[in-house]
Ligand binder design. Structure first.
Ligand code: NAP
Length: 253
């Protein structure tokens, strides 16, 4: 029996990177996991297979976020997958992990780039939480994946930082709103974390990113996933509205 046996979970953007590690961890803890993706259908199926290989249960759900109808598409797929397996569309754990990151001089940001990033990183999570209110069980969990970048200046990521700053507001305000239902709402902020992307394979870049953490390493997605699993568990029932620094000491200064 895992800590999350009998629970249902949706992890957005879990076809790869940190989301994948979260989906696998929640699956190992016993949750039935909806593995959400946009383009990586094969990768999402690999994650489902990995969860099942560990004795867990999972299914893939496709929905591109940041486009009209995104939340409808997501929740239709989610409900179908959950009802087929449990007879109900009720959800216990919502992890808003899907996100877009981009770097570039502030002078080069266009209104379209800004709108797109805001739509995926902040608007979609808000409406996903809003939509989930109807099916989240009392005692449920909402966990939003932000970034340590909301606490450290990097001009080349000002728009990304703005979207994550907006995302963090969800925990503050919804924790008050959902307290009477014993639903906790928290933010987890990773630092530089090896998501398998090309950037992390460039030795000089990896070395520079490693130095950001007090442990002298880039983050491991599994280490972030362990924090999320704690917040998802009953052990974290008294933690809500919190910003959890999962940056490996990057914010120590
Ligand atoms: P990643 O490897 O780039 O993966 C992103 C995931 O989000 C993929 O599953 C992708 O799905 C999905 N996604 C992206 N845009 C989407 C859209 N418009 N609609 C639906 N799904 C979309 O990401 P990551 O680096 O693991 O980051 C995960 C989260 O942690 C993000 O919120 C990120 O901002 C945050 N974070 C990351 C780091 C880091 O260093 N990695 C640091 C701090 C915070 P498809 O591949 O199927 O398209």
């Amino acid at each position: 029996m895992g800590r999350l046996t009998g629970k249902t979970a949706l992890v957005t953007g879990s076809s790869r990177g940190i989301g994948r590690a979260i989906a696998e961890k929640l699956g190992r803890e016993g949750a039935l996991v909806a593995v959400h993706y946009a383009n990586g259908a094969n990768s999402a199926e690999e994650v489902v297979a990995a969860v099942e290989g560990d004795g867990g249960r999972a299914f893939a759900v496709r929905a591109e976020l940041g486009v009209p109808g995104d939340v409808d598409t997501l929740f239709e797929g989610l409900a179908a997958g959950l009802e087929e397996r449990t007879g109900s569309a009720d959800l216990d754990i919502l992890v808003n992990n899907a996100g877009l990151m981009a770097m570039g001089a502030p002078e080069e940001v266009t209104p379209d780039m800004f709108d797109r990033m805001m739509a995926v990183n902040a608007k979609a999570p808000f409406f996903i939480v809003q939509r989930a209110l109807a099916t989240l069980r009392d005692g449920g969990r909402v966990i939003n994946i932000s970034s340590g970048l909301t606490r450290v200046a990097n001009p080349d990521q000002v728009t990304y930082g703005m979207t994550k700053g907006a995302l963090e507001q969800i925990a503050l305000h919804f924790s008050r709103h959902l307290g009477p239902r014993r639903i906790t709402v928290n933010t987890v902020a990773p630092g530089s974390t090896d998501n398998g992307g090309e950037l992390f394979k460039i030795p000089e870049v990896r070395e520079a990113l490693s130095k950001l953490s007090t442990f002298g390493e880039v983050g491991d997605p599994a280490a972030v996933a362990d924090v999320v699993a704690f917040l998802a568990s009953d052990d974290a029932r008294w933690v809500t509205g919190a910003f959890i620094d999962a940056t490996g000491g990057t914010l120590l200064g």
